[in-house]
Design a protein around this ligand. Sequence first.
Ligand code: SAM
Ligand code: DTB
Ligand code: SF4
Length: 339
Amino acid sequence: MSTQVLEFHPPAVACAPDAGRWPVAQVAALFALPFNDLLFQAQQAHRAHFDANEVELATLLSVKTGGCPEDCGYCPQAARYDTGVTAQKILPLDTVLEHARQAKAHGATRFCMGAAWREPKERDLDHIEAMVRGVKAMGLETCATLGMLGQGQAERLKGAGLDYYNHNLDTAPEFYNNVITTRDYQDRLDTLGRVRQAGIKVCCGGIVGMGESRLQRAGLIAQLANMDPYPESVPVNHLVQVEGTPLHGAEALDPLEFVRTIAVARITMPKARVRLSAGRRQMSEAVQALCFLAGANSIFYGDKLLTTGNPEVEADAALLDKLGMHSRAGQVDARCELD
Ligand code: SAM
Ligand code: DTB
Ligand code: SF4
């Protein structure tokens, strides 16, 4: 039973989670609340645990791009889809550290390194360990997303100073096979168990806008919220549709439904950092502002995600300024170039 979930006091309209867990039906009931009531609850949960005007800036770098053997239907880096992404070798250490240095200079507090692997090989981990050590030594929080981890690999990353491991459940168990067939839900849960066991903080979320139903979005949130403990960090990605991937052309999600997903994540995981992740480039400023109101308090900062675009740092600095928001590091500095 998670004590974190028990601390939440939901109003009468969305019944209290029994036994500290969130049945899918109760998560779905949150989704069905009138929008204003949902956002009000999300604000209450947010303000109970965070400075409501503070946002974490995390910079993402693809340290090994493309050529991935997996078949994730959303992903431009899968070798089997013709998306125009060229497979590259792992980046040299000094290139990664230079990106991290610039990210820090711009005000980022967290640096996330991503690799297009099904799982890292042992020799890959030597490189990643050096990257983690170097980034950590700059005073940045470190995060990596490298695919599934085998026995002993999470411990190696922890030893190098890794703060967070990102591994997403992506969607509800019932919808999962519509999106990925080359590894199953249990594989993901096993990796998350290894990360937790090694004492690394868990960064785990999913993607919405892939054609899933609202009930399936509730199913994803319930899976996350019922982890014991729930993840410290929850990325909510809006599908970035990339030509050549099977999910290109999926029916567009109503932006207000995306905002609802953020709010439900905030209410069910009140102490987590809820991350407004991929898809911001396709979102209006007004929708992003609603996401902050719904409890999002982390964004990717830098003009690129892994292979697709993200808002320019100048635009983000201007948006945060307009909203009177500040980063964890204080002032946001968009003056120097990231690349
Ligand atoms: N290869 C590793 C893995 O899949 O575990 C790590 C990198 S993978 C690109 C990290 C996450 O990015 C995926 O789990 C997925 O949630 C997200 N992602 C990938 N492509 C996306 C897209 N087109 N739109 C939104 N999110 C995406
Ligand atoms: C996460 O949940 N979203 C980020 C990060 N973790 C690694 C990745 C988004 C990728 C979007 C598609 C791309 O740029 O390739
Ligand atoms: Fe490979 Fe990760 Fe993309 Fe799936 S999401 S195809 S595992 S890089």
